[in-house]
Design a binder for this molecule. Sequence first.
Ligand SMILES: Cc1cc2nc3c(=O)[nH]c(=O)nc-3n(C[C@H](O)[C@H](O)[C@H](O)COP(=O)(O)OP(=O)(O)OC[C@H]3O[C@@H](n4cnc5c(N)ncnc54)[C@H](O)[C@@H]3O)c2cc1C
Length: 381
Amino acid sequence: MNSNKDNFSEVLIVGGGVIGLSIARELHRRGARRITVLERGKVGRESSYAAAGMLAPNAETEKADDFTKFCAESLDLYNKFAEELFGETDVNIELDRSGTVYAAFTDHDSAEIRRRYDWQKRAGLAVEFLSAEETRRAEPFVSPDVRESLFFPFDWQVENRKLLHALEKFAELNRIKIVENAEVKSLLTENGKIGGVRTVDADFSADAVVLATGAWTSLIENGGDIALPEIKPVRGQIIGFQTAKRLFERVIYSPRGYLVPRRDGRILIGATVEDAGFDKNITAAGTEFLRAVAMEISPSLASLEIAETWAGLRPLAADGLPVLGAVAAAKNLFIATAHYRNGILLAPLTAKILAERIAENKDSEYLRIFSPNRFKTAAAT
Ligand SMILES: Cc1cc2nc3c(=O)[nH]c(=O)nc-3n(C[C@H](O)[C@H](O)[C@H](O)COP(=O)(O)OP(=O)(O)OC[C@H]3O[C@@H](n4cnc5c(N)ncnc54)[C@H](O)[C@@H]3O)c2cc1C
């Protein structure tokens, strides 16, 4: 094994998705200087690239709980995150604050949005009720079959591929070392601590290691000393249309899927939710389902050809919540994964609390709530 001084880092981050790259940036901003990101393939090309970029605390949560609060607080960081990234890298991540419409097309949908309206109002979230006419006035290309809708003024979107580009550029400009095609196979443990990690080609040592390995986290070997929480991949397929100009102002949800309009006239329709292991293939059934979602939201898309399709693997923990913080059995090993459907939304706050913990030993209530040690499989002290 090739292991030398050059392979030493203050903090070694495994996984170069939105979570790993955002943590690298926050650590740098807090003074850490020898930061390395090890990436199995190319950085920013997995789930974070496949995402639709919605920042949707109202549309994506089901009740008022800690997770909803975590989502809302992360959204609160986005204005500053986008502005600072632009200042740091000159990359505009296209933060779009037009809001989201959650539309009902059936009796069942109407009951669902009324239930949502009630709990969100009670929880003090920003939500407005729109009649069919108000919905069509706001979004003329939405189906005439729309019955009513909710408007979430604080459910936004971002161009996630530009976000990844900005984070990668930040790393380059600030000498955060990125090593691609470096798959971490195992953790190197020494007396209850992590000494580093082993890839096929080399060992890398570090004072602290962060696993931001998304859906692949459970594949890392740890010699049985440290039980990592079980993370499952959940496939999501998306189809995209291209229009000459933007037809929709806002993101449009239905209980079956969503439509995300991009500035350049692209329209994304997502997403399937499938238990397909690590298979990222596009399927005919997936495409057909998404086409039906698109036609239901907006029959005016019927004449358009599908311009692109892709799929990604969302990282899901057993209880559906993020897994964030130090592993009890090895105090210098941190995990930041299982953001499931909301990793783009949750990147700024995840990065902030992990970096504060690692660089400044500062705790956050969220590191307790989303601790990796809450699972029986994790080695608790
Ligand atoms: C179709 C779809 C739509 C989505 N839409 C949204 C949305 O609108 N809004 C939102 O907030 N979220 C959305 N998500 C979820 C979001 O994409 C994820 O929660 C988020 O990208 C997770 O980020 P990550 O960095 O943990 O994972 P990833 O982006 O998957 O990054 C993990 C990285 O770790 C690397 N890696 C793994 N194992 C190793 C190893 N052993 N060694 C080295 N490198 C390794 C991988 O190659 C990968 O690059 C969507 C996801 C999908 C699939």
